[in-house]
Design a protein around this ligand. Structure first.
Ligand SMILES: C[S@@+](CC[C@H](N)C(=O)[O-])C[C@H]1O[C@@H](n2cnc3c(N)ncnc32)[C@H](O)[C@@H]1O
Length: 233
């Protein structure tokens, strides 16, 4: 999703809207400093497990109904996707109680994050901004992207499609608003594609930061819950 290079994985990384995904656990094991933020982290491990388990059959049914909106190569079938989702959740849950105690899972929500300026080198946000363009308005998108830019040198958002697999209605206006505030935005193609046509990320950084400290990235009606399964960053 994010074309992460070994340099990116030096961290520190903020995962925003990470949900019950395994990225934090897996990256921490590799030695990368990762903090995940999600309002669902107010819940206990058992509460999260039952919420995810309850929604799995609903998600599977919706995915079967809309199967032609997706590319079935990373996940070869609906069953494989659901299995991956539940496996990722188990990895997350095994790490969650300790990770929450040490501050790696933080109950907070955009558009306000409880971190000092430039706390992170990289902020990643998958399947939240742009995907929920109908539910989250233009103002929310701009405020959220600026807040992510405040706490991280570089921000990457994936995908750029909203539910229904059309390009987000807020993408152009939000990037215009950021640019007029001196914030640089670029669209970069990535290898991962699950929603058809959803193989691009937005890379956002303050122009001065990009020129100075970092070279930027190394290279280059479906169901939202189903996408929470994704572990391939
Ligand atoms: C579709 S899931 C995506 C999970 C994960 N990023 C992935 O790609 O698998 C969307 C997540 O965003 C979280 N979320 C919703 N509103 C949020 C907000 N205002 N700030 C941060 N996270 C939010 C939800 O709780 C949920 O875990």
């Amino acid at each position: 999703m994010f074309d992460l290079s070994p340099q990116d994985l030096r961290g520190p990384i903020l995962g925003c809207g990470d949900g019950p995904a395994s990225f934090n656990s897996e990256a921490t094991r590799r030695g990368t400093e990762v903090v995940s933020v999600d309002p669902m982290y107010r819940f206990s491990a058992e509460e999260l497990r039952s919420r995810v388990t309850e929604t799995a059959p609903v998600i599977a049914a919706e995915l079967r109904k809309n199967a032609d909106e997706f590319v079935w190569n990373h996940f070869e079938s609906v069953d494989a996707l659901v299995a991956a989702r539940l496996e990722a959740m188990e990895t997350f849950l095994a790490d969650y109680p300790h990770g929450r105690r040490v501050g790696r899972y933080v109950d907070a929500a955009l558009p306000e994050l409880p971190f000092p300026d430039r706390r992170f080198r990289l902020a990643l946000c998958s399947h939240l901004l742009f995907l929920y363009s109908e539910q989250l308005d233009f103002g929310f998108h701009v405020a959220a992207l600026k807040e992510l830019c405040r706490v991280a040198d570089e921000v990457r958002v994936f995908p750029l499609l909203e539910l229904g697999s059309r390009r987000s209605r807020h993408l152009d206006s939000a990037t215009d608003a950021l640019r007029s505030d001196g914030i640089d935005t670029r669209i970069v193609r990535v290898k991962y594609e699950f929603q058809k046509g959803g193989n691009e990320m937005l890379v956002v950084s303050k122009e001065a930061d990009r020129a100075g400290r970092h070279a930027g990235p190394a290279s280059g009606r479906q169901v939202a819950g189903a996408l929470c399964a994704s572990t391939g960053r």
